[in-house]
Each structure stands twice: as C-alpha cells, then as structure tokens.
Design a protein around this ligand. Structure first.
Ligand SMILES: NC(=O)c1ccc[n+]([C@@H]2O[C@H](COP(=O)([O-])OP(=O)(O)OC[C@H]3O[C@@H](n4cnc5c(N)ncnc54)[C@H](OP(=O)(O)O)[C@@H]3O)[C@@H](O)[C@H]2O)c1
Length: 247
C-alpha cells in the first residue's frame, strides 16, 4: 500500500508554487501534507480540493518555521498523520530586499531561518523516517544563490546556504536518502512589500533568453522528475528560461 501511496510534506504549500507542487505530487499518487504558517484558509481549501479527488489523501499542518520550538511538533504531526514519509519539499521562504546598511538582525533571522535553518532541521528531524522509505528531500533554491540578487544580500546568502545544504546532505544522508534542489528563475512575481514595478519586471525579462516568466507548473514538473529519479542525488536543476547563462 505505502509503495503505491507515498507521502510528501511540502512546506509553505498553501498558495503559489508550493500549492502547485502539492497538486502535481497528489496527481502523481502522493498523499500530501500541506504545511502553512498564516495562510490557513487557502491551505484548507487546497486540502479539501485534493480530498475530493481522493479521500484521505491530503491534510494541513500549521507551524511558524522561524520558531525552533515548533519544529518537533511539525515533524511529529507529519509522521503520525499517514504513518510514513517519503518526500520532504523545503519550499517555504521569506523574500524582501535588505540594503546592506539598513539591514537588521531581525531581517537576518527571518530570512535565514525560513530559507535555510528550518530546512536543515526539518531534514535532520525527518531523516530517520525518510531513510526507512528510501526517501528524498527536494529544496527550492534560487538561481541567485550562485551570484546574489542585487539589493537582496541576506536572502541570497540564505539561498546559497540552502544550495550547499543540498550538496552536503546528499553526502551525509546517502545511500538511503537522495537530496536534490530546484533553482527557479523568474516564475511568479513577488507580492506585497516585495512587489516589482512593470519597468523592473521588463528589465529582468530582458536577460531571460526565453523572453518570459516560467510557470509554477514548470517548477512542479521538475520537483516530480527529481522525486521519481532514483539515481539522481546532490543535483540542483535551474528552471529559469536560460537566465543563468548570463551574469
Ligand atoms: N516565485 C519565484 O519566481 C521564485 C524565484 C526563485 C526562487 N523561488 C523559490 O521557490 C519557492 C516558492 O516560491 P513562492 O514565490 O511560491 O514562495 P512565497 O509565496 O514567497 O512563499 C511560500 C510560503 O512560504 C511560507 N513562509 C514564509 N515564511 C515562513 C515561516 N517563517 N514559517 C513558515 N512558512 C513560511 C508562507 O506561508 P504562509 O502564507 O502560510 O505564511 C508562504 O506562503 C521559495 O523557496 C522561493 O524562494 C521562487
């Protein structure tokens, strides 16, 4: 039974790319644990949509990944819900500019904790269970982990750490657990405080050989590919319309 219905925990999965990854994994036969922090309503609607398609195949789990005290509860709930875990997708992220001389320790903590520290300790806390299932971890990195996104040094530093975490844990957790990453380019524009002007968007797209943004489905397809590729570990695939060909 478990072979046919693997279980995936997707962090930050209520909306946008995380929700699309959840739908895609669910369509491929996974039971999904939809983690959220503050987006309770969209998370519950997504779980209801998926349970309508296949009963008892989706549930929601709430935790603020900035708070280390909440991680053990999240891992316990993740393991007890369906009794196994086959895939962890570290997708949750905070993202906003931090000009160097105005940046604060609070920003550092928030950006590093959500993008890196939580991914590391969730991976560590879930490793025993993933090992039992010959499971996998997939990290949502960013093409700017390699060169840095101007105006966003702390975010870039955190994602660079996530890139190294992907490679390090691929060594540390082998041979039972594979660890890979997906590095999106311009997929969904940031919202709220981090929103870009139309001019800024056009300038960014000038450097994308394919001349357009990607879609959340492009990312989800690559996550699924890595989840289903038993001889790939320690790799990070850029899904960026060719953007990383340029500096
Ligand atoms: N969008 C892009 O074009 C793009 C480009 C490069 C890389 N990426 C990466 O791809 C992934 C998905 O991107 P996205 O744009 O869909 O992400 P997003 O909307 O910016 O964030 C996803 C979710 O992360 C959750 N989150 C943030 N801080 C959290 C915390 N402290 N604890 C728990 N959850 C927290 C939020 O959940 P709640 O809403 O529930 O609070 C949010 O909905 C991210 O890792 C991102 O860095 C995206």
């Amino acid at each position: 039974m478990s072979q046919h219905q693997p279980v995936a925990l997707i962090t930050g999965a209520a909306q946008r790319i995380g929700a699309t990854i959840s739908r895609s994994l669910h369509q491929a036969g996974y039971r999904v644990l939809i983690h959220y922090r503050s987006s309770g309503e969209p998370a519950r609607l997504l779980a209801a949509e998926l349970n309508q398609l296949r009963p008892d195949s989706a549930t929601v789990l709430q935790a603020d990944l900035d708070d280390m005290n909440q991680l053990p509860t999240l891992t316990d709930q993740a393991l007890s819900t369906f009794g196994q875990l086959d895939l962890l997708v570290n997708n949750a992220s905070s993202f906003y500019p931090t000009p160097v001389q105005q940046s604060t320790q609070q920003q550092w903590d928030q950006l590093v904790n959500s993008n890196l520290r939580a991914a590391y300790f969730l991976s560590a806390g879930l490793a025993d269970s993933l090992r039992q299932q010959q499971g996998a971890i997939i990290n949502l990195v960013d093409i700017h982990a390699q060169r840095g996104l101007k105006g966003y040094p702390i975010y870039s530093i955190a994602k660079a750490g996530l890139q190294m975490m992907t490679m390090s844990l691929a060594k540390e957790l082998a041979p039972q657990i594979r660890v890979n990453g997906v590095s999106p380019g311009a997929i969904l524009w940031p919202e709220a405080d981090a929103a870009l002007s139309e001019t800024e968007k056009a300038t960014l797209l000038e450097k994308v050989p394919l001349g357009r943004t990607g879609t959340a489905e492009d990312i989800a397809r690559t996550v699924l590919f890595l989840a289903q590729s038993p001889y790939i570990s320690g790799q990070i695939i850029s899904v960026d319309g060719g953007r990383s060909l340029f500096s």
